[in-house]
Design a protein around this ligand. Structure first.
Ligand code: MN
Length: 248
């Protein structure tokens, strides 16, 4: 199996190194990742300036672009093989609930899915630097084998969150739904030394709703969370209500 590894924390982040190491036991690994941290860039694609790739050792490339750029270059240009699987991570910090819409990590897996290549994103649920990337990497390797043997359902990719715990303290993987978070009080509004206002989008304490069966509910109870995602954001349940507007 040929595996493209990317992330949004940058090519030298501990998570991507642990992931590439773990997946080397499963297949041939190429790494194409941003040359610096590009967290929270979402699904951004660079169109207005050229991209540069710096070749490193062992099929590794550092790109001055986004995770989505990296997936494009990795699949279509840089690697000497076509990937059978794209794995994005291991992100420093969880990707739970609606936060995934900001996530460069999840968007890289989404991009691979758009190109018809099986993919999953994996994140370490940690509030500090993270200590247990190796345990999360071991799970990534196990999951890669399942994807290889079973294949993923059409238009589906996986968003994995692993508690920051040693392997022997992790509980069983649960298949979960995307959770919900309360967003409140996240803008810091201050005045700079020259008297101009500035605004800083901050992070407040994690405020996820403890919904049974959700990604957050699993991770907060030491379970590995595996959420199957798809690209269709249509809210089918809302059709009747919007059709009743009789928009002219
Ligand atoms: Mn990140």
């Amino acid at each position: 199996m040929n595996i493209l590894v990317t992330n949004d924390d940058g090519i030298n982040a501990p998570g991507i190194i642990a992931l590439a190491d773990a997946l080397a036991a499963v297949g041939r690994v190429g790494v194409v990742a941003p040359d610096r941290e590009r967290s929270a860039v979402g699904h951004a694609l660079t169109l207005h300036h050229p991209l540069r790739a710096t070749p490193l050792d062992n099929d590794r490339y550092a790109i001055d672009g986004t995770p989505t750029d990296c997936v494009n270059l990795g699949i279509h240009s840089l690697l000497p093989f076509k990937p059978d699987l794209v794995v994005s991570g291991i992100n420093r910090g969880a990707n739970l609930g609606e936060d995934i819409t900001y996530s460069g990590t999840v968007s890289a897996a989404l991009e691979a899915t758009l190109m018809g290549i099986p993919a999953f994103a994996i994140s370490l649920a940690t509030d500090n630097g993270g200590a247990n990337y190796a345990a999360a990497g071991a799970f990534a390797a196990r999951l890669a084998r399942y994807v290889q043997q079973q294949g993923l359902p059409a238009d589906t990719f996986l968003n994995v969150n692993v508690p920051d715990l040693p392997a022997d303290q992790l509980r069983s993987p649960l298949i979960t739904s995307q959770g919900k978070r309360r967003y409140e009080g996240m803008i810091i509004d201050k005045v700079d030394p020259r008297g101009r206002n500035y605004y800083w989008i901050g992070t407040v304490e994690l405020n996820f709703l403890d919904i049974p069966g959700s990604d957050y509910a699993a991770v907060s109870r030491r379970h590995i969370s595996v959420t199957p995602l798809h690209l269709d954001l249509t809210n089918y349940a809302s059709f009747a209500a919007i059709e009743a507007w009789n928009i002219e």
